[in-house]
Design a protein around this ligand. Structure first.
Ligand SMILES: Cc1ncc(C[n+]2csc(CCOP(=O)(O)OP(=O)(O)O)c2C)c(N)n1
Ligand code: SF4
Length: 473
């Protein structure tokens, strides 16, 4: 006796956050997603890979994939599923990773991620549900919407000369050398469904064997978005969509690919290799004493492009790195190379850094007035503001800040060139925060400044800034 039951890769009941558990999915009657989920769940069970599968749901009607698949789940930001799947696969090479995406998600907002994951030949499966419309948001035109098809954004039908032609993703990706297997299938009638199931299963098997990237495009129905009943929508899929999106295998290298050929195991973290740069900079000065930081530095450096703001951030990061701390340097470029605004965020910490962004700096350097106006309020209470008084006319208004007012550009001019005002500031920062002593900081600068003829000037600039804070001169 054959027993038909729900695949074990599905939850037996679908519990929903904030709602009662349900037997059925949330999909509309006649929607393709439910059918495709079923084929994936059955294939996972048949291949005995459920326990190590990770389903990456997109943004779109299938966003709730995690309510249905009883495996690892991830929900990616709109269009990013292939990039998220890449990260999961690379960090968990034994997992079977499925990037499940609609046409708005994959072929519009996620075009770049889609193409590049395919081009890298990631060992993942991408299941692309082409229902020719944005279902979830109420039926707007998708990249795959058919010529003449009405949608809420093409009420007169898609027009080639206005909206371009529907994109054939499978054909496009098949031009790339890396993908192993690309096929277009459909779910119009039972023969289609049998072929679609075979393709899905084959893609999963290819991944399990380490044979590389698979892309299965599944032409599917969206009765609600198409404003049709389920039967009409099935007929329109078979009669109209498949004429433009022909079914078949576009690429299959699976027989010519060795098992494990596309396995990518991330190298073990080897600090000595990764930190070869730091090791190169090591000097007798470092000794064996770890450098302790009196407090984490969360810095924002801001000014005009051309003032060396980003370099100032880099120098501090290099000093922090050489001292053996965790560092991040995050530049934000203005649109113009010179004259525009520039800022960067730098973290130096003895702990691992969660984000390179610095929303509330405890050290703010401002080298022009707009930067003071923009960032003063963001400085954390008790934080330090260092301002170049040669350029900045205003003064901080808040009382609970440690203000270091230093004519950095004038001092730099005296040293030789206004260009080293950033290094004057660096000296002032090291002194004001007590984070790094002058000998250690200057020794690092000597190693990282490429033009050796500029080293003396930079050393003088640093010391003038350092002494200005320490001794007021
Ligand atoms: C960054 C971002 N932009 C836009 C949206 C709105 N949005 C949600 S779903 C969707 C389209 C989904 O269409 P598709 O990928 O074709 O999936 P379907 O719903 O048809 O399965 C859009 C544009 C969003 N959630 N996030
Ligand atoms: S709107 Fe379309 S894609 Fe979304 S659940 Fe309904 S039929 Fe399916």
């Amino acid at each position: 006796m054959k027993v038909f039951e729900k695949a074990n890769a599905f939850y037996q009941v679908f519990e929903r956050k904030g709602g009662p558990a349900k037997e059925a999915t949330h999909y509309c009657p006649g929607c393709g997603h439910g059918n495709i989920h079923k084929m994936i769940a059955e294939s996972m069970e048949e291949l005995e890979i459920t326990d190590r599968s990770v389903f990456v749901s997109p943004v779109g009607c299938s966003v709730f994939g995690y309510y249905y698949f009883d495996c690892g789940n991830f929900q990616a930001a709109h269009g990013r599923a292939a990039a998220v799947a890449t990260a999961i696969k690379r960090t968990n090479p034994d997992s079977i990773v499925i990037s499940y995406q609609g046409d708005g998600d994959l072929a519009a907002i996620g075009t770049a991620e889609t193409i590049h994951a395919a081009n890298r030949g990631e060992n993942i499966c991408v299941f692309f549900v082409n229902n020719a419309i944005y279902g979830m948001t109420g039926g707007q035109m998708a990249p795959t919407t058919m010529i003449g098809q009405r949608s809420t954004t093409t009420p007169q039908g898609r027009i080639e000369t206005v909206h371009g032609n529907p994109i054939k993703m499978a054909e496009m990706l098949a031009t790339l050398p890396a993908p192993t297997y690309i096929e277009r299938v459909a779910i119009g009638h039972s023969k289609h469904i049998m072929k679609a199931k075979k393709a899905i299963r084959k893609a999963l098997k290819i991944q399990a064997e380490g044979k590389g990237y698979s892309f299965v495009e599944i032409v599917a129905t969206c009765p609600t978005g198409w404003k049709m009943d389920p039967v009409m929508s099935r007929d329109w899929l078979v009669d109209d969509m498949l004429e433009y999106f022909p079914l078949g295998v576009l690429k299959d290298e699976s027989e010519n690919t060795d098992e494990g050929a596309w396995d990518r195991v991330c190298a073990e973290f080897e600090p000595d290799t990764v930190n070869a740069y730091i090791n190169r900079m090591k000097s007798p000065l470092d000794g064996n004493e770890p450098h302790t930081l009196n407090h984490d530095l969360q810095c924002k450096f801001a000014g005009f492009g051309g003032q060396g703001i980003l370099t100032l951030g880099l120098f501090l990061s290099q000093i922090g790195m050489r001292a053996g701390h965790h560092v991040s340097w995050f530049p934000a470029y203005g649109p113009e190379m010179r004259g525009g605004t520039a800022n960067c965020s730098v973290n130096v910490s003895e702990q691992r850094i969660g984000t390179p962004l610095v929303d509330h700096p405890n050290v703010l350097v401002v080298m022009n007035q707009p930067s003071l106006d923009l960032f003063e309020e963001e400085v954390s209470d008790g934080g330090t503001i260092i301002l170049d008084t040669t350029v900045v006319e205003g003064r901080p208004k808040r009382a609970n800040l440690n203000v270091v007012a230093i004519p950095a550009s004038d001092i730099a001019d005296e040293v030789g060139t206004a260009k080293v005002a950033n290094v004057v500031i660096l000296g002032a920062l090291c002194a004001a925060t007590g984070s790094f002593d002058s000998e250690f900081a200057m020794d690092t600068l000597k190693k990282v400044i490429k033009k050796k003829t500029l080293i003396d000037m930079n050393m003088s600039a640093f010391m003038r800034g350092y002494d200005y804070v320490k001794n007021g001169e």
